[in-house]
Design a protein around this ligand. Structure first.
Ligand code: ARG
Length: 400
């Protein structure tokens, strides 16, 4: 029986060439699977037909937009996940979503291997292969660009020689990865980290410095999930995409970051994630109102670890799964509404209300009606500060 390989197919030059290249290197039949996580661009049926024209024996396109939003972006919102405090994990979230469909396709077509078009320098190769090995330990992973030295020049030569129906001229000097949760842009002049990004780097956001009227939005959450915008019910996918439009129009969510890659190098990436940043900002503030102090403090550490695990490609790992349980439980009371002004590149919270609110006006007020018994504070501080006072006395005596 001929061996079969399932290839993660994007429709671009590299993965189009991968089809024939894999077939030549391995003698296997190639099945192309394109997963739609809201990357936009070309019609999916065009992509499917191109895969067949490039020599795939089968080609599938999977609409995974809602699944990506519900099962990957939503947990990230609940975890307020920002790698290095800034990057909302756009690409890192999409890879496990794609992996799941590759593995399922491998099962359906009886394939023994899964292939991707990543280079050997990035995080995405790790996310694909660690993901595949967690879900299907018996599948082999192939990476033609990395393992068969499929450089860009050789890819172009291959495509031209084989007459593949794909453009071999690069329209953009950048390497771009995008989905509904955001957009990542690297290479070209951005590799000089002193160079400022120019406006043509951006596609999801408008220049925040240009004067325009502010927008105001009310986001409703139930158990940490966005469920309505300005009172109109939305799915998670709709919440993200509509806020991509509205927050993007105000220049919200531009991020220029030198980040620590898992492979050990620092690299510069420019992101834009207007919907993600707006939703995380709102969600974080609703947590401030509804989550008890000790749980909230502990959750911040969990959020950071969760983000690192996901960045590092360990989406399907036991620790990530266990932390998901914690994050889910911590979001139990995160229901209510947050009002934000979107303007000048920022999403600024201006109001919050919740039936689960722990904010007690009578305890917080400095006006009449104050129910907080200030006389209790004196004794509280006496005991609370006791151990540092004893230590202070000892240290001062030692110095005398
Ligand atoms: N640096 C980001 C990450 O590792 C994005 C990777 C893909 N970026 C790109 N421009 N192709 O998650």
């Amino acid at each position: 029986m001929t061996e079969r390989v399932v290839l993660a197919y994007s429709g671009g030059l590299d993965t189009s060439v991968c089809i024939g290249w894999l077939a030549e290197e391995t003698g296997a039949e190639v099945i192309a699977v394109a997963v739609d996580v809201g990357q936009g661009g070309e019609d999916l049926d065009v992509i499917r037909k191109r895969a067949l024209a490039c020599g795939a024996v089968e080609a599938e396109v999977v609409d995974a937009k809602d699944e990506f939003a519900d099962a990957y972006c939503l947990p990230a919102i609940k975890a307020n996940a920002l790698y290095m405090d800034r990057y909302p994990l756009v690409s890192a979230l999409s890879r496990p979503a794609i992996v799941k469909h590759l593995v399922a396709a491998a099962g359906r077509y009886g394939a023994g291997a899964v292939a991707h078009g990543c280079t050997g320098k990035g995080n995405d190769q790790v996310r694909f292969e660690a993901g595949v090995s967690a879900l299907a330990p018996d599948l082999t992973c192939l990476a033609p660009v990395r393992d068969y030295a499929m450089t860009r020049d050789r890819a172009i030569a291959f495509a031209e020689k084989a007459g593949l129906p794909i453009a071999t001229t690069r329209k953009s000097p950048f390497s771009i990865d995008q989905n509904v949760f955001g957009r990542a842009v690297e290479t070209g002049f951005l590799e000089d980290i002193w160079n400022a990004p120019t406006e043509d780097v951006y596609a999801y956001t408008r220049d925040p410095a240009v004067a325009r009227e502010a927008d105001e939005v009310v986001v409703s959450f139930e158990h940490g999930a966005p469920v309505a915008l300005d009172g109109a019910p939305v799915t998670v996918l709709q919440a993200i995409s509509r806020l991509n439009e509205r927050a993007g129009a105000q220049g919200v969510g531009r991020i220029d970051l030198v980040e620590d890659r898992l492979v050990g190098i620092k690299s510069r990436e420019v992101y834009e994630a207007p919907g993600a940043i707006a939703l995380i900002t709102a969600h974080q503030e609703l947590e401030n109102v509804t989550v008890e102090r000790e749980l909230a403090r502990y959750k911040r550490g969990v959020e950071q670890r969760w983000g690192e695990l996901v960045y590092d490609g360990l989406w399907f790992s036991p620790l990530k799964r266990a932390l998901d349980g914690f994050v889910e439980e911590a979001n139990r009371s995160v229901s209510g509404e947050v009002r934000m002004t979107l303007h000048g590149g920022r999403a600024v919270v201006t109001g919050r209300r919740s039936e689960q609110s722990l904010y007690d006006f009578d305890l917080a007020t400095y006006d009449t009606g104050d129910t907080f018994d200030q006389s209790l504070s004196k004794g509280f501080i006496e005991l609370f500060g006791m151990s540092s006072r004893i230590a202070g006395q000892r240290d001062l005596a030692g110095r005398a």
